[in-house]
Design a binder for this molecule. Structure first.
Ligand SMILES: [Zn+2]
Length: 466
């Protein structure tokens, strides 16, 4: 926190309201006062953070289990390595070079980074010559971080790089030669349960319950076919989630997957269980084994507005005569991605009269969708190609008969145009028969666990009401 704005603000307001600033007692003591204010604010803030932490651990119950045993890491990390290294300094008083974090920018390679840090090409060659273990350094991505310890003379003492969550490459200079080791950090998975009640927005309530924004997005994604999170959410709606947290060396590094979740919206409760079948397909299902997804997304363009609805009598804006509009128009800036509304196959890709650049997808036996006026098609989209629901197939444009950039979207059932905004969509396919028994057993267990964890929370909720 930067205290300066407070100081400035305080000072200005005092001088402008006080006729004799120099003798005003508040002004005379302004520095001690300001200092006191800053100390108070800092204490308040840290207390508030402590509070939030306490609430967080209250609202979430950790369940003991670990997919991997929690082995305490015996290997030395950064600072201990530093102490073990031979001292290569001329005077005993010279300070040890400190490791610094270098972030990889786009276009950076190890040689670019080294030359920026004043490390010689010869040292680069020595690192490359380490072979297999240093190959990770040839695949640096923007945003990656290197921890480099370089002496004033440009001599690299140590380099550390996190290859992934579980491995760190550690290169250090020993007796004048580089040595590479890969340090393994066993990952530990902890299962966590969170229950939240919505007071304002889903995001704020989820945050208060201890869910990350990323996980809240996942939660909204799971129930997004049944609940419109922008319109349907009401105060008092509540949710429960059991999910993984991934820990490394005792520190949480990220959230894992949601195993099971429940969302009560108004009077209806939706439940979802994650299941991976033997063919490695993962999806969320209702406890009865129905898909959480629908076969079609309602909207093929995010962040768009409907500029023309389905109508059998509409004056065509370009042709200027009455003509049925057997689709829905979505206005959005040119280049906005257009998504396949369902899993399917490309049966047409090309220019089609007034539709301009258009794509037609076939979904199963009975359904087709058409997307027109595109500016261009997405890479790899060609006739016969399979697409997944939500996959980008092209981009908004105004090719064909169009007054401005928009998507013209049609939905046909057995060859007949239907209004995509109101047609009743079929459910996505339920769990495969082969995996049904296994799924039902797992789902029963997951739901029981959720109920068990929810019980004490609901008890305390009830007692609070009384
Ligand atoms: Zn249209």
């Amino acid at each position: 926190m930067n205290p300066r704005p407070i100081v400035n603000c305080d000072y200005k307001s005092r001088t402008s309201t006080s006729p004799k600033p120099a003798t005003h007692p508040l002004i005379r003591y302004r520095w001690p006062l300001i200092a006191t204010a800053i100390v108070t604010i800092t204490i308040t803030l840290s207390l508030a953070t402590g509070d939030a932490e306490a609430m967080r651990s209250n609202s979430a119950t950790e369940i003991s289990q670990a997919q991997q045993p929690n082995i305490p890491l015996a290997l030395p990390r950064n600072d201990t390595l530093q102490q073990l290294k031979p001292v290569e300094q001329t005077t005993p008083l010279a300070t040890q070079p400190q490791p610094q974090i270098v972030r990889v920018n786009s276009g950076d390679s190890l040689s670019v980074i080294f030359s920026k840090q004043g490390i010689s090409a010869r040292q680069l060659q020595e690192i490359v010559a380490l072979g297999e273990q240093s190959t990770a350094l040839t695949r640096l991505y923007p945003g990656d971080e290197l921890r480099l310890t370089v002496s004033d003379e440009g001599q690299l003492q140590a380099l550390q790089y996190d290859i992934d969550d579980a491995q760190t490459l550690d290169i250090s200079r020993l007796d004048g030669r580089f040595q590479a080791t890969i340090i393994q950090h066993p990952l530990e998975t902890r299962v966590r349960h969170v229950h939240g009640i919505i007071n304002s927005s889903l995001f704020l309530s989820a945050q208060r319950a201890g869910l990350s924004d990323n996980l809240t997005m996942k939660l909204a994604g799971i129930f997004g076919w049944d609940i419109d999170f922008a319109l349907d959410i009401r105060q008092g709606d509540h949710f429960s989630v059991i999910y993984d947290e991934i820990f490394r060396d005792g520190e949480k590094i990220r959230d894992g997957d949601i195993h099971v979740a429940e969302f009560s919206n108004r009077k209806h409760t939706y439940s979802a269980v994650r299941y991976t079948d033997a063919s490695n397909r993962t999806d969320y299902y209702t406890p009865e084994g129905m898909s959480m997804r629908k076969a079609f997304l309602r909207t093929p363009v995010e962040f768009s507005r409907i500029s023309s609805r389905f109508s059998l009598h509409r004056k065509h804006p370009v042709l200027n005569r009455i003509r049925a509009h057997k689709g829905v128009d979505y206005a959005a800036p040119r280049g906005t991605p257009i998504k396949a509304t369902g899993d399917g196959k490309v049966v047409f890709r090309g220019t089609k009269g007034g539709y301009g650049k258009a794509i037609i997808l076939q979904h199963g036996q009975r359904y087709t969708t058409l997307y027109g006026h595109m500016s261009r098609f997405a890479k790899g989209i060609r006739n016969g190609k399979r697409v997944r629901q939500g996959q980008t197939i092209g981009y908004i444009g105004s090719s064909g008969l169009a007054t401005g950039p928009h998507l013209h979207y049609e939905f046909r059932l057995n060859g007949v145009h239907r209004n995509p905004l109101t047609v009743k969509f079929p459910e996505a396919s339920p769990i495969d028969k082969r995996y049904r028994d296994d799924f039902l057993a797992q789902a029963k267990q997951a739901m029981a666990r959720l109920a068990l964890l929810q019980a004490p929370q609901q008890l305390s909720m009830n007692s609070a009401v009384r």
